[in-house]
Ligand binder design. Structure first.
Ligand SMILES: O=C(O)c1ccccc1NCC(=O)[C@H](O)[C@H](O)COP(=O)(O)O
Length: 226
């Protein structure tokens, strides 16, 4: 089964290499000023321009207000929203009435009971992203290079696709896929040389590791007698 790749927090022309050379299916741009990956809508639009039609261009926000979304849609024009704050199901429903793009909702995970939060979003979110829960004193709710126990997602069967995120890198993403069997994986810190500085070679290695994990899973499925 194919596993999509999202490279998040793109901040320069590496975005083109991530999509055209490495083959990432999603390109994420952060609109959250405390983040080292934060971009203006105009800068993100310029970086995303060569990606249009080749990848799903994702706008990542944290509890943004309507004015912020209007600016993002007027200037940047995302293909998908990733809501990485404490947005309610009602807020998601309102945003989907206002903007006609799919919405991916982040669910923070540290322990099994955190998964209970998913239920309320299944009727409104088009996709779920599981990310490591940020510490209370963190300056941002994501992009921290933190992971959680992927076994918490083993056997998870949701009515919408889910993306696995949090502390992934080229060395561990294969194991994460084997354990959690996500529809997609997402990475930021694990393909950077410094916060906000993406490494094209690391991105290529990450995608290559995902493709290898896909192939290994397909081989293991072939060995299962039908
Ligand atoms: O990336 C950020 O700086 C960020 C800031 C505020 C909210 C979310 C943020 N990133 C969200 C992502 O989708 C990251 O890719 C995800 O949290 C995984 O990050 P990492 O563990 O660094 O790979």
């Amino acid at each position: 089964m194919h596993v999509d790749v999202k490279i998040c927090g793109l901040t320069d022309e590496t975005a083109v290499a991530a999509v055209r050379d490495a083959g990432a299916e999603y390109a994420g741009f952060v609109f959250f000023p405390p983040s080292p990956r934060h971009l203006s809508a105009a800068r993100a639009a310029a970086l995303a321009a060569p990606l249009r039609g080749q990848a799903t261009v994702v706008a990542l926000t944290v509890d943004a207000d309507d004015q912020a979304f209007d600016d993002i849609f007027d200037t940047f024009g995302p293909d998908m929203l990733q809501l990485h704050g404490q947005e309610s199901p009602e807020r998601i429903a309102a945003l989907k009435r206002r903007y006609t793009v799919p919405v991916m909702k982040m669910i923070p995970v540290r322990e099994a009971r955190d998964l209970g939060a998913v239920e309320a979003y299944l009727a409104v979110a088009d996709r779920i992203l599981f990310d490591a829960k940020a510490p209370a004193d963190a300056t941002r709710p994501g992009g921290l290079g933190l992971s959680f126990d992927w076994r918490l997602l083993a056997g998870l069967d949701l009515p919408v696709p889910f993306m696995l995120s949090g502390g992934l890198d080229p060395d561990v993403v294969g194991e994460a896929i084997r354990i959690a069997r996500p529809n997609a994986v997402d990475v930021s810190s694990g393909v950077e040389t410094a916060p906000g500085v993406k490494d094209p070679s690391a991105i290529a290695r990450f995608v290559k590791a995902v493709r290898a994990a896909e192939a290994a899973r397909d081989r293991s499925m072939e060995r299962i007698p039908s």
